[in-house]
Design a protein around this ligand. Structure first.
Ligand SMILES: NC(=O)c1ccc[n+]([C@@H]2O[C@H](COP(=O)([O-])OP(=O)(O)OC[C@H]3O[C@@H](n4cnc5c(N)ncnc54)[C@H](OP(=O)(O)O)[C@@H]3O)[C@@H](O)[C@H]2O)c1
Length: 318
């Protein structure tokens, strides 16, 4: 079968090679799946460059989210490949207990995008930030994979959603998803806008996959008893929050590491999957597929993600 592999760490567009390899053999508790669609995630970039918290042994096949068909059964499932990587290939292994059914009628492409970013958003907004109906939610990089999921989940929870995004095309994506206010943060300072639209209250929950200056500014427009959720650092800078500022303004900085639930609270994935499936069926969430590209174009697709060139999710199909 064909499988993309990383043989040495570096820029994904340079270090990925499309190899002909043996199909993987399922071990105990695993299933072999024929990949029908694999979704890209920012950690695919970081992992290839060796800057992610997990470093798979080389060579490895990237790809941490997929929709596949369990070989010989016709049953479609979604989830993360066994070991946490391996979706950018024609076949992958999954742990049977973490291969979740695809909601009826959902396309392979959308299903591939329903797992990682939506689970992260659901756990981040509901469990970690305790988002309530009527609260103000500020979503950064709102047109991205994580961002589009958070806007939809925030609206589904009854929050007022303010989104930031880079450039007019991305602003339009956030508006189309129902964000109540959208700010192009590459041209406008979002701090005064958030203060103004919330009537001086500030954002109750900030969902931040960008970090750096965006995190620093978010601390200036967070509400009394607000929760600033640390989702990621696409800006490339890991920020810091001075403890005196957290104290004086009475807000919380809340860490979010969704993958850790698999170790600490394994039943959570299944419960969240049921909630997400219900939200799909009721029409509250619907993954945004910015691009579907052939598996052979994985390096170009990853480069586009690194260059801020994508909206929603990018998926690869065999
Ligand atoms: N904590 C968790 O458990 C968890 C789980 C999944 C993902 N994540 C994290 O969430 C973040 C988003 O992941 P994603 O896959 O959904 O990516 P994405 O949001 O689809 O793409 C990244 C976006 O970040 C923004 N960005 C701002 N500065 C950037 C820069 N210097 N370089 C590149 N992008 C920049 C861009 O949007 P604008 O142009 O609009 O600024 C870009 O489109 C990542 O940091 C990822 O590691 C965390």
């Amino acid at each position: 079968m064909r499988a993309w592999r990383v043989h040495e760490l570096g820029e994904p567009s340079k270090v990925l090679s499309l190899d002909d390899v043996e199909r993987p053999q399922p071990g105990e508790g695993q299933v072999l799946v024929k990949v029908r669609a694999a979704a890209l995630n920012f950690p695919d970039l970081l992992m290839a460059m060796g800057t992610y918290q997990e470093r798979p042994p080389l060579p490895y096949t990237p790809g941490i989210e997929l929709c596949g068909e369990i070989e010989g059964t016709g049953q479609r499932v979604i989830g993360t490949p066994s070991g946490g990587w391996g979706a950018f290939a024609e076949y992958a292994l999954m742990d049977a207990d973490y291969a979740f059914p695809v909601p009826d009628g959902m396309s392979d492409e959308k299903a591939a995008a329903l797992h990682l970013t939506y689970q992260t958003g659901y756990v981040g907004l509901h469990r970690r930030a305790n988002l309530q109906a009527g609260e103000w939610l500020l979503v950064h990089a709102g047109a991205g994979g994580v961002g589009t999921a958070a806007i939809q989940l925030g609206k589904a929870a009854g929050a007022h959603v303010i989104a930031t995004a880079g450039g007019p095309r991305k602003v339009d994506v956030c508006r189309a998803l129902g964000a109540d206010h959208v700010i192009d943060y590459t041209t406008d300072d979002f701090v005064p806008v958030v203060k103004e639209v919330t009537g001086g209250h500030g954002a109750d929950v900030v969902y931040d996959p960008v970090g750096g200056d965006v995190f620093d500014k978010s601390r200036r427009c967070i509400a009394f008893e607000g929760r600033l959720v640390v989702v990621g650092f696409t800006s490339g800078r890991i920020p810091e929050a001075p403890a005196n500022h957290v104290l004086v303004k009475n807000y919380s900085v809340v860490g979010l590491h969704w993958g850790l639930y698999r170790k600490m609270d394994p039943a959570r994935f299944g419960m969240v999957h049921e909630e997400l499936s219900r939200l799909v069926v009721d029409g509250h969430i619907d993954p945004v597929i910015g691009e579907a590209r052939p598996l052979a174009e994985a390096p170009q697709a990853l480069q586009s993600l690194a260059d801020r060139g994508t909206v929603g999710k990018v998926v690869l199909t065999p």
